[in-house]
Design a protein around this ligand. Structure first.
Ligand SMILES: [Zn+2]
Length: 471
């Protein structure tokens, strides 16, 4: 089969390629090239970054053009496009305080979002479970989504709650889209945690109804029943008030730990509370560089083995890792995942987080898994529909003109795969195993993958054909 190169609608790979080159240079990089190439060896020729409210500009990079220059210098293997992230903009303008933004701060944030979208960012993203984005009220987000609407670009959101409160959080997103005039794209749609299992029947019907009524609404989804995020996101928003250093200071205090235990046990209004919706036995440590032996084990298991309370183990782990611990959360049900995958307005986004340790296999497996497991083996949809969900649909959503299609004059981003053989091999135990069945990947007219192998000489030398796209 020859298809347009796949477009990953949702990644956190913003700096993965840069971090890998830093590692080669012996600097403070932490990724190896297998982690960077896990996407392109599946046939992904464009990655959409800047998701969940987190873009690497303004901040680590001044803007999209600056990010583009760095990626150009290292020679990316495939293309990257980015959203402008609300949390990043809020951190730059308001800081990490748990408070509403003032009118003048909202005006300044709007100017930053406007500049990024004018420079070619493909939409405006929020991550309303993550601080400092979670401190924003609906009106603030609406004001900023209005800027996206002016540019004809979508409002892309990690909902404020994907668990017990998912329907209310979806209504907030719908209201933001309606009142701003922006198209709505729901990120990694799911109804997770035991209180929300089965509710995709309601949420998908709601989105379908809006589409029938003429609203531009889409979503992305990854083909797994587990999610992945930072361990810190298991703690309530107030724990993060003031920023990362303040979080660590709180974790050192016994009294604060008791308050955290109570918050998780009883909940906090407006807070998703993953652990309260599941339990520490569903949270697996994925990445903790100084605790390699913890990786692949649940918090409940580790706490039991150490004879300590789970929250104390979490606090000590976060302190020892300077707050940077990645987890996998086994929080979803298969019928919900299948229902979202099959929705005609759902496209494929890996939500990949290329990190060391035992990252979620979705980064290295999502595209081959949809084509192999869900389309060919399970017959959830046909091959053409599976391909559309990873090519034409995301290209249209993010305004990637002349990509996601095979036609004269379009960009030569292509993948050649064996439809009878393509399969994912990445697992939770071996998360970076490349897929089988991908023959050839072409980016911008240059062959970058042949028989499943990246032609490294073309990309490790600064001559890779991938670019940061401005749209
Ligand atoms: Zn997210």
């Amino acid at each position: 089969m020859v298809a347009p190169g796949f477009i990953d609608a949702h990644t956190h790979s913003d700096t993965a390629a840069i971090d890998a080159v830093d590692a080669v240079d012996g600097a403070e990089g932490r990724l190896d090239t297998a982690q960077v190439f896990a996407s392109v060896v599946q046939g992904v020729t464009t990655e959409i970054a800047g998701n969940c409210g987190h873009s690497v500009f303004p901040g680590r990079y001044s803007g999209l053009a600056a990010l583009g220059r760095v990626h150009s210098a290292i020679g990316r293997v495939n293309h990257l496009a980015s959203l402008i992230g609300h949390g990043t903009v809020r951190a730059a303008v308001v800081g990490y305080s748990a408070r509403a933004a003032s009118a003048s701060e909202i005006t300044r944030m709007a100017a930053v979002v406007d500049e990024a979208l004018a420079a070619g960012a493909v939409g405006f993203s929020t991550g309303l479970i993550y601080t400092p984005g979670s401190y924003a009220d609906t009106a603030e987000v609406t004001a900023l989504a209005r800027v996206a609407a002016r540019h004809g670009k979508p409002y892309v959101t990690h909902l404020r709650d994907e668990m017990a409160g998912v329907e209310g959080a979806l209504e907030e997103a719908i209201a933001i889209a309606r009142n701003s005039g922006a198209a709505l794209h729901v990120s990694h749609h799911k109804t997770a945690g035991k209180f929300a299992w089965g509710r995709t029947e309601v949420t998908l019907a709601r989105l379908a109804g809006l589409r029938d009524a003429g609203m531009d609404v889409t979503c992305d989804v990854y083909p797994y029943t587990a999610g992945s995020t930072g361990l810190g996101a298991m703690l309530p928003p107030w724990a993060h008030d003031g920023g990362p250093a303040r979080l660590l200071a709180r974790l050192r205090e016994a009294g604060q730990r008791d308050l955290l235990r109570k918050a998780i046990a009883e909940g906090v209004p407006g807070w998703e509370n993953t652990v309260g919706n599941g339990g520490w036995d569903r949270i697996v440590v994925a990445g903790a560089p100084r605790h390699a032996g913890y990786q692949g084990r649940t918090i409940a298991d580790l706490a039991g083995a150490a004879g300590v309370d789970a929250l104390d183990l979490v606090a000590e782990l976060l302190l020892a890792e300077d707050g940077d611990v990645t987890i996998i959360s086994h929080s979803m049900r298969e019928d919900d995942v299948r229902r979202v995958l099959a929705a005609p307005f759902a496209m494929i986004g890996s939500d990949g987080v290329p990190k060391p340790g035992l990252p979620h296999p979705r980064w290295a497996g999502s595209f081959a898994r949809v084509l192999g497991h869900y389309a060919r083996e399970e017959g959830l949809f046909g091959l053409p529909e599976a391909v559309r969900k990873m090519t034409g649909a995301p290209a249209a959503r993010f305004g990637l003109t002349d990509r996601g299609v095979l036609r004269d004059g379009a960009h030569a981003d292509l993948v050649v795969f064996d439809a009878a053989r393509i399969s994912d091999r990445a697992t939770f135990a071996e998360p970076l195993l490349p897929p089988t069945g991908v023959r050839l990947v072409v980016v911008g007219g240059a062959v970058v993958v042949r028989d499943g192998t990246v032609l490294r000489d073309r990309v490790a030398t600064g001559a890779g054909p991938g670019r940061v796209l401005a749209c």
